[in-house]
Write a protein that binds this ligand. Structure first.
Ligand SMILES: [Zn+2]
Ligand SMILES: [Zn+2]
Length: 669
C-alpha cells in the first residue's frame, strides 16, 4: 500500500484535535532525539485516535522505553516552546537535509535521508516550510497548535514496524504510536472506554454467557447459536414480525438455493460472483449418463497421453525429430480435447447457488400473481438466511460472517406511494433505535452523479431525480440526523446506510435502506395501473435490524451482556434457601406458573449455600432472581433480586409475577 502525502487542501481541513496530535508527533521526535540523537525520521501524521512517527534507529524501541520517552516529551511540553513556521527555498531545505539538520536537534554527520527524499517529491509549485519547537527543526507543511504547552495530555501506546512509504522494497522503520487530548480527563475517558470495550467484546461475552460458538468442522464464519443465543434471535424475530405485521407487511418463505439463471437475471452473476459460494452442479438421469460418457472419453485421452505420447526418454531419443514433432502435436491435440471435454462436463445438468441475498426470490414472488395498483404497496418480509463468501482474513466474530439471517423485506409500490412508504420505513428504524436505547446514529444518504449515468448508475435521469428528491424530503421533514454523500449510490438507486454507536461509543454499520428502480425492470415486474396500462413498480429494500449475527453482536456489546428482561436468555432463576421438600414444592409451583406464561425461568434447588447460588446466577447475568426461604413460603411471597440492582425485598407472589409479565410484554428497558 502506497501512503499518499497529504495535499495542502487536506492539511487546511485538519481538525483541532488532529493539529494537536500532529504537534504531539513533533514532540515525540524531539524526545526520541534527546535520547538517541542519531534517529532518522520519516513521516509523522495524525491518525484516527492518535498519531505516530516513523523512525529509523538501531535501538529497538519497546514499550519499556515509553516511560523514558514520555518523560522527555513532558519536559518539552512544560518548556512551552512556540511552533515557529519558516519558509525556505528548495535548495535551502536540501542543504539543511544534507547537514542532517531536518528532524533533528542540531547538525549531524548523517544526512536526513528520508526528509531529503520527501523534499525531492514535493511538487515544484508547492512552498516548502519548516517548523521549529525549541532545538527541533522538522520539514513540515503544518498545521500545528501554537505552543508545545497546548498539548494537554498524551500517552504512547504502541510500537510496530512499517516500511518507508508503505512499500516493502523500502527500509523497515519503527512506528511509534501515541494519542493526545486537550485535557487529562479526555485522555482518561478514552482509555477507560477502550478498557470497557475489551470487557464488552462480543466474542468474549459470547463465550462466557454461552450464546454462540464456532466449530472447525462446521467451518469458519459459520456461527452456531447455543440455546441462550438462539433465544435472543427468536425474540428479535418476534419483535420484527409484530412490528412488520402492524405495518402491513406479509411474510413469505423461500429456499436457500436457486438456479444460476436467477442470478444471471438479477445481474448478481457475474458481478457479485466473488462474494457468493461456488455453485453446486446437480445432474439428473440423462445428464448422469452423459457425464459417464464424457468422463470415459477424458480417461481414454489421458491414458493415451500417458502411454502412447509421453514416452520414456530413451524411447524418444531413438526417434527422429520428425517423429518427435508429430508426438508433440498429438499431445497438444489430446490436451485441447481434454480441456474441451472438461468444460462440457462442467456445463452438464443444473447449477445452483446458495443465495447471498433474498431480493431475486422475492421479485419472483411478486411476479407469481397478476398484480394491480390495488395490491400495492405490497410488502414481502422474510428473515432470510443468506450465505456470503467473505475472505477468511476478513471474518470477525459475529460481525463478519459467511452465514447470515437478515431482517429483510421488499416493498413494491407506485411512484406516488414512494414518499409515504419510505417515511414509514424510516419511522420503523427510529422506533427500533428508541427501543434499544441507541441514542447516537447517523444516516448516510448516498446519491448518484449525473455525469456517471449509464456507467456507474442506471441510466434513468428522471427516476434518479424524483426518488432522490423524495428521499431527501423525507429525511429533512423527519428531523433525522443525516449526511448526503454524492456519487456513492447503489447501481440501481439511492441508498441510505445507517451507522449507530453503542453506549460506549463503538461504531457499527447496522443496516441499509435502498431504493431500486432497476431490478423490477430486469425481472419484468408489472402491475396494472388505474388506466389499465402495465407499469413497473418501484422497490425498497430494507433491513432495519440488519442480520441476527451482526445485530446480536452489537447488542451484546451495547448492553455488556446485561440484556433487558424481554431479551434475557434466562429471565428468572428461582433460588431456594436450603432444600426443605416443602420449599422445593413451592419453588417448583412458581416455576410452573412462570413457564405457563412463556417466561424463560430456571430453578436452582441444589443444596448449595444461597450465596453460592446467587453468585452463579449473577455470573450468567440472569436478569431476575427469586430468592425463596421459609418466610416467603409462609407468606406466599418471593424475595426479588435483580442483576446489577441487588435485593429489592419480598413481595406477594402474584404481584411479582404480574410485574414480570408486563415488563416482558412492554419490552421495557
Ligand atoms: Zn508538523
Ligand atoms: Zn434486497
Amino acid at each position: 500500500m502506497q501512503e499518499e502525502r497529504k495535499t495542502l487542501e487536506q492539511r487546511e481541513q485538519m481538525t483541532d484535535i488532529e493539529r494537536l496530535r500532529h504537534s504531539a508527533s513533533h514532540v515525540l521526535a524531539t524526545a526520541i532525539l534527546k535520547i538517541w540523537p542519531e534517529a532518522q525520521f520519516a513521516a509523522g501524521p495524525p491518525v484516527e485516535n492518535g498519531f505516530y512517527y516513523d523512525v529509523d534507529l538501531p535501538h529497538r524501541i519497546s514499550p519499556e522505553d515509553f516511560e523514558k520517552i514520555e518523560a522527555e516529551m513532558k519536559k518539552e511540553i512544560k518548556e512551552n516552546h512556540p511552533f515557529e513556521r519558516m519558509e525556505v527555498s528548495r535548495d535551502e531545505a536540501l542543504e539543511l537535509g544534507k547537514k542532517g539538520r531536518l528532524a533533528a536537534l542540531s547538525e549531524r554527520d548523517q544526512p536526513s535521508k528520508f526528509k531529503i527524499d520527501i523534499i525531492e517529491n514535493i511538487p515544484p509549485n508547492e512552498k516548502i516550510s519548516l517548523y521549529r519547537n525549541g532545538d527541533f527543526i522538522d520539514l513540515c507543511a503544518g498545521p500545528h497548535v501554537m505552543r508545545t504547552g497546548n498539548i494537554g495530555a498524551f500517552r504512547l501506546t504502541n510500537v510496530a514496524s512499517a516500511y518507508y512509504k508503505g512499500d516493502e522494497k523500502n527500509p523497515q522503520l519503527q512506528r511509534v504510536y501515541g494519542t493526545a487530548f486537550k485535557t487529562k480527563k479526555e485522555l482518561d475517558d478514552y482509555f477507560a472506554m477502550i478498557e470497557e470495550a475489551k470487557k464488552r467484546d462480543h466474542r468474549k461475552l459470547g463465550k462466557e454467557l454461552e450464546l454462540f460458538v464456532f466449530d472447525d468442522d462446521v467451518g469458519p464464519g459459520l456461527p452456531m447459536f447455543l440455546p441462550r443465543g438462539a433465544v435472543i434471535a427468536e425474540e428479535l424475530e418476534k419483535l420484527a414480525k409484530e412490528t412488520e405485521f402492524a405495518a402491513g407487511y406479509q411474510r413469505v418463505r423461500t429456499p436457500h438455493i436457486a438456479r444460476e439463471s436467477l442470478y444471471k437475471k438479477s445481474g448478481h452473476l457475474p458481478y457479485y460472483a466473488e462474494s457468493m459460494f461456488p455453485p453446486m452442479q446437480v445432474l439428473e438421469e440423462e445428464a448422469t449418463r452423459k457425464r459417464i460418457e464424457l468422463q470415459a472419453r477424458i480417461d481414454d485421452l489421458q491414458r493415451r497421453i500417458n502411454t502412447e505420447i509421453l514416452l520414456p526418454y530413451e524411447e524418444l531419443q531413438q526417434k527422429t525429430d520428425k517423429e518427435n514433432q508429430s508426438t508433440l502435436l498429438q499431445a497438444a491435440a489430446a490436451l485441447t480435447d481434454t480441456i474441451n471435454l472438461e468444460a462440457k462436463l462442467q456445463q452438464l445438468g443444473d447449477r445452483y447457488y446458495l443465495k447471498a441475498m433474498n431480493c431475486p426470490h422475492h421479485h419472483k414472488l411478486f411476479a407469481a400473481l397478476p398484480r394491480s395498483y390495488r395490491d400495492l404497496p405490497l410488502r414481502l418480509a422474510e428473515y432470510g438466511t443468506d450465505y456470503r463468501y467473505e475472505k477468511s482474513g476478513e471474518l470477525f466474530g459475529l460481525m463478519r460472517v459467511r452465514s447470515l439471517q437478515m431482517n429483510d423485506a421488499h416493498l413494491y409500490m407506485t411512484p406516488e406511494q414512494f414518499e409515504a412508504e419510505f417515511n414509514a420505513v424510516n419511522e420503523m428504524y427510529l422506533n427500533y433505535f428508541k427501543l434499544f436505547g441507541i441514542e447516537k446514529y447517523l444516516m448516510r444518504f448516498s446519491t448518484h452523479d449525473p455525469a456517471m449515468l449509464g456507467e456507474k448508475f442506471v441510466d434513468e435521469p428522471e427516476l434518479w431525480k424524483q426518488t432522490e428528491e423524495m428521499t431527501r424530503n423525507v429525511l429533512k421533514n423527519s428531523g433525522i440526523n443525516y449526511i448526503e454523500v454524492p456519487n456513492e449510490a447503489a447501481f440501481y438507486g439511492p441508498k441510505i446506510d445507517v451507522q449507530a454507536w453503542s453506549v460506549i461509543g463503538r461504531e457499527f454499520s447496522i443496516a441499509t435502506n435502498q431504493v431500486d428502480f432497476a431490478q423490477p425492470r430486469r425481472f419484468d415486474l408489472r402491475y396494472k395501473d388505474r388506466d389499465n396500462v402495465d407499469k413497473i413498480p418501484l422497490c425498497i429494500h430494507r433491513a432495519p435490524l440488519g442480520t441476527h449475527e451482526r445485530f446480536i453482536g452489537f447488542l451484546i456489546e451495547h448492553y455488556a451482556g446485561n440484556f433487558p428482561l424481554w431479551l434475557s436468555p434466562e429471565q428468572v432463576r428461582i433460588l431456594t434457601i436450603g432444600d426443605d421438600p416443602k420449599l422445593i414444592d413451592y419453588a417448583r409451583s412458581i416455576l410452573k406458573e412462570l413457564r405457563a406464561h412463556q417466561v424463560r425461568a430456571e430453578i436452582d434447588e441444589s443444596s448449595d449455600k444461597i450465596n453460592g447460588k446467587i453468585q452463579r446466577a449473577e455470573q450468567m447475568k440472569v436478569h431476575t432472581m427469586f430468592v425463596i426461604g421459609k418466610r416467603d413460603l409462609e407468606a406466599d411471597a418471593v424475595s426479588v433480586r435483580v442483576h446489577g440492582k441487588g435485593n429489592l425485598g419480598a413481595k406477594p407472589r402474584g404481584e411479582v409475577i404480574a410485574e414480570i409479565l408486563s415488563a416482558i410484554r412492554e419490552r421495557r428497558a
